[in-house]
Write a protein that binds this ligand. Structure first.
Ligand SMILES: *Cc1c(COP(=O)(O)O)cnc(C)c1O
Length: 365
């Protein structure tokens, strides 16, 4: 067998004709930015997530960065304030904080649940918490939410990997004060290029993000803020609108494959994160962990199974963040050393997943 980590051609082809038609409509409309397709997708996505508002932006990093900027312009986050962020995340979550001159306070995660333990990290100076549903696992819980509510700390969800994930009847992206979404092609809800959005019930925030993403214009050519240009375009919005209809089906298929992995992979040389409630995990990434990562990756590669690593260097160990290189986040650092992502997407067959699980079980080094 030959199983690529991700074959986007195959994924797009699932609804190829419908996507081609949607793109063709935008092409022939002559209207490519800030038009009906974006408006329609924003309405549909807000309804899906369960928030009053959705604002499309250029990408996931901008969704995060503009959200923090908007809270600063609205006086809800002060210059230089502390923002809690899991040490086990993609670098974009941290870049959004530092780009705004805010101070990231890294929090290590629990090895079994991958949730943050914020009790010791939250202080008087903490004004926001970045809650990252990494790998598609919901990490929202009542004790974190209560702690934040008691202290007036804003909860900003990084939902880039968790479209469609549910916690107690509510979608991630609607659990905190605001949800930030990426539609990078490889995500569970992916465009044919870059795209992003924020979802929130807070009208003032939604308006401010819209303003900041459009040159800071409060109305046409009146710049009340130093904004930027970060827009979701009509082609991407039209594509996303098609794919949104199939997101729940796609996620159900991902879960079925994940069950094959959980049911068949023997733990020992490799270990898996604790399985959580099915609706709370949309399995954007299926991570297996092992001290023999290099060997396992080569072993699988020789047997036709392509894998990736998410992510080899945690943000606080990156060269661009030299000032934090010496802090110690033992769990996150271990995860970064041991993580290996095996293929999982809605176009895979049960046989492929079974073959991958069996192959992992024959790895004994
Ligand atoms: C992909 C991703 C982002 C960034 O999204 P882009 O659209 O690539 O800018 C942010 N956070 C997490 C957790 C991601 O996986």
């Amino acid at each position: 067998m030959n199983i690529p980590y991700l074959d986007l051609k195959r994924i797009t082809a699932q609804h190829g004709e419908e996507i081609q038609r949607a793109v063709a409509e935008v092409v022939s409309s002559g209207w490519y930015l800030q038009g009906e397709a974006v408006k329609r997708f924003e309405a549909n996505y807000a309804k899906y997530i369960g928030t009053k508002h959705c604002v499309g932006v250029g990408n996931g990093l901008d969704a995060l960065t503009l959200t923090l900027r908007a809270y600063m312009e609205l006086g809800k986050i002060d210059e230089g304030a502390e923002v809690l962020v899991p040490a086990n995340t993609y670098i974009a979550t941290v870049l959004a904080i530092t780009e705004n001159g805010l101070k990231p306070v890294f929090v290590d995660v629990d090895e079994d649940t991958l949730e943050m333990n914020i009790e010791k990290a939250i202080t008087e100076r903490t004004q926001a918490l970045m809650m990252v549903h990494l790998y598609g696992r919901c990490v929202y819980n009542e004790s974190i939410a209560q702690l934040c509510r008691d202290r007036g700390t804003l909860i900003i969800e990084d939902n880039a990997q968790a479209h469609g994930c549910i916690y107690r009847g509510k979608h991630t992206g609607a659990l905190g004060d605001v949800g930030c979404h990426s539609f990078y092609p490889g995500k569970n809800l992916g465009a044919l290029g870059d795209g992003g959005a924020i979802t929130t019930d807070d009208e003032e925030l939604a308006q401010m993000v819209r303003t900041l993403s459009n040159y800071g214009f409060a109305k046409k050519y009146v710049a009340n803020y130093k904004g930027r240009n970060s827009r979701l375009d009509e082609v991407q919005a039209a594509v996303l609108d098609v794919k949104l209809k199939y997101l729940d089906d796609d996620n159900r298929r991902r879960k079925a494959l994940a069950h094959i992995y959980y049911g068949n992979i023997k733990q020992g040389v490799v270990w898996l994160p604790k399985m959580i409630d099915d609706e709370s995990n949309v399995y954007h990434i299926f991570p297996v962990f092992t001290e023999k990562r290099k060997e396992l990756q080569a072993f699988l590669n020789e047997r036709g199974i392509q894998t990736l690593i998410h992510y080899p260097i945690p943000p606080h160990k990156q060269q661009c963040y030299a000032e934090w290189n010496n802090i110690s986040m033992p769990v996150s650092e271990r995860l970064a050393k041991e993580e290996l992502s095996i293929p999982l997407n809605q176009t895979m067959t049960n046989e492929e997943a079974e073959y991958i699980a069996e192959t992992i079980n024959t790895f004994t080094k």
